[in-house]
Design a protein around this ligand. Structure first.
Ligand SMILES: [Zn+2]
Length: 106
C-alpha cells in the first residue's frame, strides 16, 4: 500500500487594519478536495466515474466541463482547469484567502 502524500500546509497572511496581522494555517490538500459542485447550477451527470456538466466559464450547448475523481476540473471547450480553490477564485472572484476560508466552512 502506498503511503499517503505529505500534507501540504501554507500560511496565509492577512493584514488586519494597519498594524495587526492575522495568520491562519490552511490544509490546502484538504481544501482542494472539498466538493465545489454546489457552486454549479447546471445539471451534472456521471460519465465513467467523472462528473460532466456545462462549463460555468464559457457558453456552450453540449457539456465539456469534467470534474475528475481527484476533484480537479477541466473544460475541453475553453481549456480552463484547476481545483476547488481555483474554482472559487476564477468563478466567484474570491481572493485566495477568502476561497480557503469558504471551503474550510463547507
Ligand atoms: Zn469552458
Amino acid at each position: 500500500m502506498l503511503a499517503p502524500p505529505d500534507r501540504e500546509f501554507e500560511w496565509i497572511i492577512a493584514q488586519k487594519k494597519e498594524t495587526k496581522f492575522m495568520a491562519k494555517k490552511y490544509n490546502l490538500e484538504n481544501l482542494r478536495q472539498v466538493d465545489f459542485t454546489r457552486f454549479i447550477n447546471t445539471p451534472i451527470r456521471e460519465v465513467s466515474g467523472k462528473k460532466l456538466t456545462l462549463c460555468p466559464f464559457h457558453t456552450e450547448g453540449s457539456p465539456s466541463f469534467f470534474i475528475y475523481p481527484d476533484n480537479s476540473y477541466h473544460c475541453f471547450g475553453c481549456g480552463t482547469h484547476g481545483n476547488a480553490i481555483d474554482f472559487l477564485i476564477k468563478k466567484l472572484g474570491y481572493s485566495f484567502e477568502h476561497a480557503c476560508s469558504i471551503l474550510e466552512e463547507l
